[in-house]
Design a protein around this ligand. Structure first.
Ligand SMILES: Nc1ncnc2c1ncn2[C@@H]1O[C@H](COP(=O)(O)OP(=O)(O)O)[C@@H](O)[C@H]1O
Ligand SMILES: [Mg+2]
Length: 359
């Protein structure tokens, strides 16, 4: 006999399943794959499917949802240096070295999912960066002819021009996790401890294949202006350079600085390539504005080119702050569109911030 209650429950179950699949705009096999990827810690597959969902949502004009999902994938690392890593990577990486004196971690290991579309720079800069990446991807081909890819790179340029972002992109493109070396922890107040810290870092790097970012490594350079620190810091720079020169692994080592002029001329020679990052010109600013607003509704007729013209001297990071501020304002006001006024106010506010910063 037909059981009406079971029938009703079954019907409800099927409806729920359909709704779930509809909400996610996925077919059942994709949904199943996503779950399986998560359970098997298959980070690659999980991200591939996740990116698929984001693209589907964008196609359906669900820009807010797409942006939110992308943000979840790209969330900045939390205080725990292991937190962003998939379980499989977490199990495979050696314990993070720490400073003897204060016990601070000397580096962070993260995995990112950026691509070249996220970076807007001059064509020449883009070409050099692609060349570095492709050489490292074709490492085996080069080595069969006795050649080595460029893997000791110096990034110079003003703050907020995309140096850290580029390291994240290279790491994403090549598929090696990104190690970020925290120079504040490395430069220890105890004499001699700094070199010990550097040795610990290089020992760690030798244990795997990574993209390593010695971020804002000018903290060393800055301290060279201080006569009391001079001897020690000079020794640290020399030590770092020696370790860099002796490094033979397959990892890509990137040092970044906002103040190239304070580095010894000897420093430059030790790198295979020096990449200069500049403040974006009007064309690049225009691209950055469009890129940052690509997943958000704008008031019809809003003229981003005009804002690109008005923001001479802004870095990529300044433009990012302008757009985030304007978007937040729009969301809090429960409006659907970003207006010319939102953007104009946010640009003015950023101009004041820049003036205060440069004073
Ligand atoms: N050239 C650029 N193209 C696109 N976005 C950029 C660019 N430069 C900076 N940004 C934005 O500003 C943020 C901060 O930039 P970042 O890479 O940390 O600068 P830097 O390391 O040179 O100080 C980036 O995450 C990105 O959102
Ligand atoms: Mg940086």
């Amino acid at each position: 006999m037909n059981n009406p209650i079971l029938f009703k429950e079954e019907k409800q179950y099927i409806l729920q399943q359909k709704k779930l699949a509809e909400i996610m705009n996925m077919n059942y096999s994709n949904l199943e794959l996503l779950f399986r990827a998560h359970m098997k810690n298959d980070d690659e597959l999980f991200h591939e499917l996740a990116m698929q969902i984001i693209k589907d949502e964008e196609r359906k004009n669900h820009h807010l949802l797409a942006a939110k999902l992308k943000q979840i994938l790209d969330d900045p690392p939390s205080k725990n240096e292991y937190s962003r890593l998939s379980n499989s990577l977490r199990k495979n990486i050696p314990p993070i070295p720490r400073d003897n004196e204060k016990g601070f971690p000397l580096l962070e290991v993260n995995k990112y999912h950026y691509n070249w579309d996220d970076l807007i720079v001059k064509k020449e800069t883009e070409e050099i960066l692609h060349e570095i990446t492709v050489e490292n991807q074709e490492r085996h081909l080069l080595s069969s002819y006795g050649l080595k890819p460029k893997n000791k790179i110096l990034f110079c340029g003003p703050p907020g021009t995309g140096k850290t972002l580029t390291a994240k992109i290279i790491s994403s493109e090549i598929g090696y996790p990104l190690i970020t070396v925290k120079f504040e922890s490395v430069v220890s107040s105890y004499l001699g401890e700094t070199s010990t810290n550097l040795k610990k870092i290089f020992d760690y790097i030798e244990k795997g294949r990574w993209v390593v970012l010695f971020d804002e490594f000018d903290i060393i350079g800055k301290k060279r202006d201080d006569p009391t620190e001079h001897g020690e810091i000079k020794r640290v720079v020399n030590n770092f350079m020696l370790m860099l020169e002796n490094f033979r692994g397959d990892s890509i080592l990137i040092a970044s600085t906002n103040h190239p002029h304070i580095l010894d001329s000897g420093v430059w020679r030790r790198f295979d390539e020096v990449v200069s990052f500049e403040l974006p010109d009007t064309k690049c600013r225009n691209f950055i504005f469009h890129k940052k607003f690509s997943t958000f509704w704008k008031e019809p007729g809003i003229d981003l080119t005009r804002f690109a013209l008005e923001t001479e001297g802004f870095s990529g990071s300044d433009i990012e702050q302008v757009t985030v501020r304007a978007i937040k304002h729009t969301l809090i006001d429960k409006r659907q569109y970003i207006t010319h006024e939102d953007l104009s106010n946010s640009v003015d506010r950023q101009k004041r911030i820049i003036t205060a910063r440069e004073a």
